[in-house]
Design a protein around this ligand. Sequence first.
Ligand SMILES: [Fe+2]
Length: 247
Amino acid sequence: MRIALLPDIHANLPALEAVLADAEREGAEALYHLGDLVGYAPWPDEVVALLRQRGIAGVAGNYDSTVATDYAHCGCRYEDPRQEALSHESYAWTRAHVSAATKAHLAALPFRLDLVATGGHLAGPRVILVHGAPTLNTLYWTEDRSDDFCRKMAGHAGARAGDLIAVGHTHRPWHRVVDGVQFLNAGSVGRPKDGDWRACYALVELTTAGISARHARVEYDVGRATAAIRASDLPDDFALQLERGGA
Ligand SMILES: [Fe+2]
């Protein structure tokens, strides 16, 4: 079974549309999102509506659970006062613009989803979906974390050799194996931060024999996204970040 994992869409409708088309071309039989559906771009309701229309389930990102619960801030990390101010502007804009239906959908997202080959009818590996880490959706699991950190997370998740734990949240794709457990950061569909502006998602092959995974990069109409950001009350910085694939 080929599964597409859609991380950190962040209200970027053109990026989501391009990734859905690409996943179809790739023959993905099932699609799941990894949370952070909203924030930073002007299509929160449209993104949630499209995912619902396509029946795409997924897990709660920090942005989803904070918007849904009217939390004080989005749970995002900032490296300087400017980033902090921008983060607050995005959060306030998003909270002011999401519909009640969108909020209800975000509130209902689960923390974690497990995918088991053949539904567990035969023994096989598991794909475990969370947004940040198995313990917390605000934890930034960067590529430079130690093997020990990965082992700890595998332990928290109850993952065994052969399983795969998929996350997003950092907006930077990576893939590694520790003690036979695969760890995959799927990147970000709508707000990549690795210097590549193209939408990023992951394709996972899940069989009773094992799991393989790879990233896919997709060109999309970034001009449509940046024009809509500049035409909105969102800070223009977010348009620049999309063009550059990062800060
Ligand atoms: Fe995110």
